[in-house]
Design a protein around this ligand. Structure first.
Ligand SMILES: Nc1ncnc2c1ncn2[C@@H]1O[C@H](COP(=O)(O)OP(=O)(O)OP(=O)(O)O)[C@@H](O)[C@H]1O
Length: 344
């Protein structure tokens, strides 16, 4: 499937769901996306998305993070009206869905799965062709809009080049340009850096930040924690079809707990006893196979320099001393029970 733009271009509105609120009744204007109990059970009984409640604030860059198969694409397809939920409610840009599809979708740009462009046509010709398939688009302004979209994604100089000569990063930027052929309040991107090399990844990431700076809410799925960390203000974490955490990135980071003291020493038992006597909590000591011990403890309000001086004065042979803050990955591993691919 290619980039999906205005309502009706590539989308067929799904039938209304039982219990749908009347059109326009959702006035939660502070959020670009809200879902309540959104669920998808495929034929055969598999629950791919299980009662997901998303709250995507307007103006945010929301990272929809989760391992492969955790239900991200299915959720995105439901949001865009490409597949009907089994149950649940959702709204896009304040419009209750699916009744409000025709009103909200023209303001939503989306890139879901691989873009389908003609290899022998130029980037510009591909965008014109794409625009022509959109009944909501005004053919009289196509030249200007295609030019602006190419400019926006940094492809103006390569506009006349054939698509097959584009790098992977350029191809992905062209897909984003297709989603930006009209002004959008919300951009939905499903794994936009998947398969890109580091240069292409950087290009797309920079572009997303620029688009967000222009007041477009961006909802971007990824299985790469490092990527989400670098470009998102908010994050939702999926595990096996369930949303296990959601909120501002900074809040989730804070959920990992406070800083920990870490001391490397051959006198682990003595160091642990001294730190406990000094009032530190969560003290634990371990000895590595090389015989060097490691003692960790919650730092709390203690002053690390004083603790270091105390250990040395009391004769502990300190080899290493530092304060470690829990990484976002530690938090997510705690939430999801599994690691994420952190190599962006
Ligand atoms: N049409 C379908 N019929 C049956 N099962 C499906 C269908 N589409 C997806 N699934 C299953 O639903 C689960 C969630 O898949 P989904 O593609 O939404 O996950 P994802 O997080 O986007 O993963 P990926 O990044 O690998 O696409 C998977 O177990 C998948 O096999």
């Amino acid at each position: 499937m290619g980039a999906v733009n205005a309502a009706g271009a590539l989308l067929g509105a799904p039938p209304p769901l039982p219990g749908d609120p009347p059109a326009g009744s959702d006035i939660r204007g502070g959020h670009a996306i809200v879902t309540t109990g959104l669920t998808k059970r495929f034929r055969g009984g598999q629950v791919a998305v299980d009662a997901v409640g998303l709250a995507v604030p307007r103006g945010s860059v929301y990272g929809f993070l989760g391992p492969n198969g955790s239900g991200k694409t299915t959720t995105i397809r439901m949001l865009l009206g490409l597949v009907a939920p089994t149950s649940g409610e959702w709204s896009l840009l304040g419009e209750a869905m699916p009744a409000g599809l025709a009103r909200s979708l023209p303001r939503v740009g989306a890139v879901v799965e691989g873009p389908a462009f003609y290899p022998y046509l130029s980037g510009e010709a591909n965008l014109r062709r794409f625009d022509a398939a959109d009944p909501a688009a005004d053919g009289r302004t196509v030249r200007r809009r295609v030019g602006e979209a190419l400019e926006r994604v940094g492809l103006a100089a390569a506009a006349g080049k054939r698509y097959r000569a584009y790098s992977l990063g350029m191809r992905q930027r062209l897909a984003i340009a297709a989603a930006l052929l009209a002004p959008r309040d919300l951009l939905v991107l499903d794994e936009p850096t998947n398969g890109l090399d580091p240069q292409g990844t950087r290009e797309v990431r920079t572009l997303i930040k620029e688009i967000a700076a222009e007041d477009t809410t961006v909802f971007v799925s990824s299985h790469l924690l490092a990527e989400v960390e670098q470009m998102c203000t908010h994050v939702g974490v999926m595990r096996s079809g369930r949303l296990v955490a959601q909120g501002p990135l900074a809040d989730l980071r804070a959920d990992g707990g406070g800083p920990r003291l870490r001391v490397e020493t051959a006198d682990a038992a003595e160091a642990a006893a001294l730190l406990e006597a000094a009032g530190l909590t969560g003290v634990s000591a371990a000895v590595h196979p090389d015989g060097i011990g490691e003692v960790t403890a919650d730092l709390g309000d203690a002053v690390p320099e004083r603790l270091c001086a105390l250990l040395v004065t009391e004769g502990v042979r300190v080899r290493g001393f530092g304060v470690v803050r829990p990484s976002l990955e530690d938090v997510f591993v705690g939430l999801t029970g599994e690691g994420f691919d952190v190599g962006a």
